[in-house]
Design a protein around this ligand. Structure first.
Ligand code: CU
Length: 167
C-alpha cells in the first residue's frame, strides 16, 4: 500500500475502501463455496487484520472504580505485543485505539461505529482528554485495524466503571 498521502485520506474514502474490500471478500466467499464448504469459515473472516498471540489492550488510567471530580479526565491507553499506527496504514500487528464510553463492545467483524460513544484515535493517539457528566460511566478500549475493524482475534480491554462527581 502507498504510504504517502495515506494520512490525508478522509474517513469517507476509508469507508469506500472498506466497502470494496467487503465486496472482494464476498467474491472470495462465493469462490470458496464453489470449491468446498471447508474453506468458507476462513474466507469469511479473511478481511480484518490479524493480531499476534499475547496482544493485550488495557486502560492505564483511570483505574477501575475511580472517582473523578469535575468530570474532566485523561484516559491513558495501553497496548502490549502490538504497535499503534494511524488509520489507513496497513502494517502488520498494528492498529489504533477506540474508546467505548457507556456502551458494550460493537460487532467485532465490522467497522467500529464513530459517534459520542465510540471515539476513534486515528492519528495514533495513546491518551485523550475527555469530559463526562456527573454519574457512573463505563470505559473500554478496542483496537481497530487500518479500516477501523477489530482484529482477528479481537484485542480489547476490560470494561471499567468510574464515577464522576460534580465539584
Ligand atoms: Cu478507527
Amino acid at each position: 500500500m502507498r504510504r504517502t498521502n495515506v494520512l490525508a485520506v478522509p474517513d469517507r474514502s476509508a469507508k469506500a475502501v472498506a466497502r470494496l474490500r467487503a465486496r472482494r471478500v464476498f467474491s472470495r466467499t462465493v469462490f470458496a463455496v464453489m470449491i468446498g464448504g471447508a474453506v468458507l469459515p476462513v474466507a469469511a473472516f479473511a478481511d480484518s487484520a490479524t493480531s499476534p498471540p499475547g496482544a493485550e489492550e488495557y486502560i492505564i488510567w483511570p483505574p477501575d472504580g475511580a472517582v473523578i471530580h469535575g468530570g474532566k479526565l485523561w484516559v491513558r491507553m495501553g497496548l502490549r505485543n502490538m504497535g499503534v499506527c494511524p488509520k489507513g496504514v496497513a502494517f502488520p500487528n498494528t492498529g489504533h485505539h477506540h474508546l467505548l464510553i457507556d456502551t458494550d463492545l460493537p460487532a467485532l467483524d465490522q467497522e467500529i461505529p464513530s459517534d459520542r460513544n465510540h471515539l476513534h484515535f486515528g492519528a495514533g493517539e495513546t491518551d485523550a482528554r475527555i469530559e463526562l457528566p456527573p454519574g457512573k460511566h463505563t470505559l473500554q478500549l478496542v483496537l481497530g485495524d487500518h479500516n477501523h475493524v477489530p482484529h482477528t482475534p479481537p484485542v480489547y480491554s476490560k470494561k471499567i466503571t468510574i464515577t464522576v462527581q460534580k465539584d
